[in-house]
Design a protein around this ligand. Structure first.
Ligand SMILES: Cc1ncc(COP(=O)(O)O)c(C=O)c1O
Length: 362
């Protein structure tokens, strides 16, 4: 393409696309020799019957998937004790988050997220040209209910709260969330991506409050991040609006089959979840003994403040030299933290051994 032609095409970009970087960075995916503890996946193999359902779905690969995800939504409705018109199914819960932003926000509108929170939300707000407010948690990760009702978030089109929260792993009691939802006339988006590792969940509240939308994903607790299955639960009118603006055939046949099979066999994950809770406690203790300060976590990861002397990025690079990936954050106050996902015992042994080694040689 000639330069003049390229310039002519680029001048047609929307303002939002023009503001973004010209070329996203293409980082090579880490191969199997890496211990990947940076994106909170669940590294266990699928239970056999779920694997079989994925393979069987391949035999129907020439057909489009079922329209409107009806069977999957029906199965989710039955599994979670709600009605089908209260359920939307997504290609991962990030697809559903994107729909919420598109449905509720026009340029200049406000959206509020409890902070620190899931950074993908910042990008979604930017794509809508929306103002993104970050509201800090109170002491001991409490929900600042009065501030959310009376402060700048009172004009937000919706308020986001991940519970357990990412990247901290902290948990707000569901009774506190209910107090906010009951008093607020804003939509509260309760992102329960990690809730299967936590003591309680807020799904039942959708029957009491039309201003609550609960999001779930099978990426973390059901070990299918690569297959992309997520759900939203809420009032039928809100769910209906979201379904109306969703891509046709948003999920594929494997996602449908695996989603249905996981819903039928959730009990098969009890050991998996027990293992993660156990390793979470073991790694928390071991890191504390090495001088890290570790937040109590109700998710499948730990946020750890590194010992004084170096920052989180330094530790991330030092661990990467030993082929171990962890996450770091630019958020205020998190510069000295690393977030480590909880994987298999062998992965956590490798992480702890590298961490000890690095700590001894600082
Ligand atoms: C809080 C939270 N919400 C949503 C997601 C998106 O999950 P997925 O799109 O895999 O369902 C993540 C993934 O890291 C997350 O941490």
């Amino acid at each position: 393409m000639s330069d003049a032609k390229l310039q002519s095409v680029l001048s047609s970009l929307s303002q939002m696309a023009r503001q973004s970087d010209a070329l996203p960075s293409d980082r090579p995916a880490p191969d199997a020799s890496w211990v990947k503890l940076n994106t909170n996946e669940n590294p266990f193999p699928l239970p056999t019957m779920i694997m079989k359902s994925a393979i069987a779905a391949l035999e129907r690969q020439y057909l489009y998937p079922e329209e409107d995800n009806i069977s999957l939504r029906e199965a989710a409705a039955n599994a979670y004790g709600v009605s089908i018109d209260q359920v939307i199914a997504g290609n991962g819960s990030s697809e559903l988050l994107g729909l919420v932003y598109r449905a509720f926000l026009a340029a200049g509108d406000r959206v509020a997220m409890m902070s620190p929170g899931f950074s993908f939300n910042r990008k979604l707000a930017m794509l809508q040209g929306a103002q993104f407010l970050e509201i800090e948690f109170g002491e001991d990760h409490s929900l600042p209910i009065e501030q959310l009702l009376l402060g700048p978030a009172k004009d937000a089109k919706f308020i986001l709260l991940a519970n357990p929260n990412n990247p901290t792993g902290a948990f707000v009691p569901v009774a506190d969330i209910e107090r906010l939802v009951a008093k607020s006339d804003r939509l509260i988006v309760l992102d329960e991506a990690y809730v299967d590792f936590a003591p309680e969940n807020g799904l039942h509240l959708i029957n009491r409050y039309p201003n609550l939308l609960v999001l779930r994903t099978f990426s973390k607790s059901y070990a299918v991040a690569g297959i992309r299955v997520g759900f939203g639960f809420g009032h039928p009118e809100i769910i209906g609006r979201l379904r109306n603006i969703q891509n046709v055939f948003n999920m594929n046949v494997i996602g449908h089959a695996v989603g249905m099979s996981v819903l039928a066999h959730r009990a098969a994950y009890a050991d998996n979840h027990r293992h993660i809770r156990h390793q979470r406690q073991r790694v928390r203790l071991a890191l504390s003994q090495l001088g890290f300060s570790v937040m109590p976590s109700h998710a499948n990861f730990l946020l750890a403040r590194v010992p004084t002397g170096q920052d989180g990025s330094w530790w991330q690079s030092a661990l990467a030299r030993q082929k171990i990936l962890v996450a770091v954050f630019a958020d205020k106050g998190l510069e000295n933290c690393i977030r480590v996902s909880i994987g298999t015992k062998e992965q956590m042994d490798a992480f702890l051994s590298a961490t000890k080694d690095i700590n001894a040689n600082i």
